[in-house]
Design a protein around this ligand. Structure first.
Ligand SMILES: *Cc1c(COP(=O)(O)O)cnc(C)c1O
Length: 468
């Protein structure tokens, strides 16, 4: 090793000295000495490696401190942070899907901090059922006989298949063997549950005769799956629910549907057509319907299973249920949401409110946002534009809902892509869309107060660049 490298390595700050710097104490209190020490030792070894390999590196005390502080700073900010959703995608899975209304949030904190009736029947003074708090409500808003809830819809499908079709066959149309968001695939869930998948028909067309051909002595179920995030168009055929229901009855099979999003109300007046409500499915003769609580329903993450009492009763005692059960905070929020549907106040649920916003309202909001931006940053280029918003969460995959937003250009801060990145990393992160060379702030998904948050975030990243 040459003398120069040796000299640099010898001058590297020592661990004790690093740890005893006053600014480090603040982090030590929040993260513990071991964590802070680990960060410094990682940095020191990277610096040593760079020196030995002749890679340019700042080996000074300031250099090491700067690197360490950046890492320690990140570690002290909460990982799960609130963001502004300016993407126009209402049920945005990566951004937490549905936002709860205030009354649901209050119910969550109320039961979270106190002992409660989660599994306690006050009238009888003995053990109660956690499911009972929401079962009657689910029945009321869907028209089903019985209901049960689990951790999420994937869990709901798994539980049904395992409890009702284990070691038996389940017929599914080839057009419905879908994958949702990378990790949920019908064939995989099926294999995991111990049920045997019998594929029938073709990708684009499945007829009743195909279902007949799929029958065997060991068939337990016909499963219909919502194709979620894609749509087959052109030369297509599917068997409708009524026909499938008759087919299932004639052959003594269970007819189950994984509905995915689970709409409880008719949204066709707002241009959202073609999705059946859960009630429609029950009416059409589906024995068990499963759906998510946090997609278009607008509630917390939950998987709901509604349908025939006899089948739901089987699920209640199946051991896997214990591994999928819902906690008290989720139940508290879900109960509130279902009551809002019961009282016909569903438009106050944020997800539904966003989906049913009038175009005029959105246009006004976009104008207001543009006004706020222009007042604070007179030199930016900001225009009110029509936007293409989306439901998200695998519902209405091909429906583009028209909306309004503000297109932003700030040449001093670079391309739309770099502006997106800067806003994402602001103290109050803003996730926005982009179109060509403009950043697009979609107004549909903004929550109360988000306009000022956007203004604040913009000013934090580039007051200089914006006000040149
Ligand atoms: C979203 C979806 C699921 C998974 O639901 P989670 O609540 O995310 O577990 C399953 N099936 C379909 C058809 C879906 O759209």
């Amino acid at each position: 090793m040459d003398a120069k490298k040796n000299e640099i390595l010898k001058k590297l700050p020592a661990m004790d000295g690093l740890l005893n710097q006053p600014w480090v104490f603040l982090y030590e209190r929040q993260l513990g000495r071991e964590m802070v020490k680990g960060v410094f030792s990682q940095i020191l070894s990277e610096v040593r490696k760079a020196v030995l390999e002749d890679v340019p590196v700042d080996a000074s005390l300031e250099g090491v401190n700067t690197k360490a502080e950046a890492i320690l700073q990140r570690r002290t900010t909460p990982g799960l942070q609130a963001v502004v959703n300016a993407t126009g995608v209402v049920v945005h899975t990566n951004l937490g899907r549905s936002c709860l209304p205030q009354e649901a949030v209050e119910a969550v904190s109320y039961v979270a901090a106190r002992y409660n009736t989660l599994e306690f029947n006050l009238l009888e003074g003995k053990r109660g059922q956690r499911n009972a708090h929401v079962e009657w409500l689910l029945c009321q808003v869907t028209g089903a006989e019985a209901a049960i809830v689990v951790n999420n819809n994937a869990g709901a499908v798994l539980l049904c298949l395992a409890a009702l079709a284990r070691e038996k066959e389940v017929i599914v149309s080839r057009g419905e063997l879908v994958e949702i968001g990378g990790s949920f695939r019908i064939p995989d869930i099926m294999a995991f549950s111990g049920a045997r998948l019998v594929e029938v028909g073709a990708t684009n067309r499945t007829h009743l005769r195909d279902y007949h051909r799929g029958l065997s002595d060991n068939t337990a179920m016909v499963l219909k799956v919502h194709p979620s995030n894609f749509k087959i168009e052109g030369f297509t055929a599917i068997v409708d629910r009524e026909e499938l229901s008759c087919f299932a009855k004639e052959n003594g099979l269970i007819f189950m549907e994984d509905l995915g999003s689970g709409v409880l109300v008719d949204l066709s007046p707002w241009g959202l057509v073609g999705e059946p409500t859960v009630r429609d499915c029950i009416k059409a003769g589906v024995d068990l319907v499963t759906f998510s609580g946090d997609k278009m329903l607008g509630g917390p993450q939950i998987g709901a299973i509604v349908g025939k009492k006899e089948l739901v009763d089987t699920l209640r005692t199946y051991p896997l249920l214990r591994a999928l059960r819902v906690d008290k905070m989720t139940l508290a929020a879900f109960e509130v949401i279902l009551r809002m549907y019961l009282q016909d106040r569903w438009q106050e649920v944020p997800t539904l409110k966003m989906l049913t916003l009038e175009l005029e309202t959105l246009k006004k909001r976009a104008r207001r946002l543009r006004g706020m931006l222009k007042r604070r940053f007179p030199h930016i280029i900001a225009t009110v534009v029509e936007t293409q918003d989306a439901v998200g969460g695998g519902a209405f995959p091909t429906t583009i809902i028209k909306g309004y937003g503000v297109a932003l250009q700030i040449p001093a801060l670079g391309s739309a892509g770099s502006l997106q990145a800067l806003l994402r990393n602001a103290a109050m992160p803003v996730v926005a869309g982009a179109s060509e060379d403009c950043l697009i702030l979609h107004c549909r998904t903004l929550m109360e107060g988000d306009e000022s948050r956007i203004v604040e975030s913009l000013s934090s990243i580039g007051e200089v660049g914006i006000c040149e």
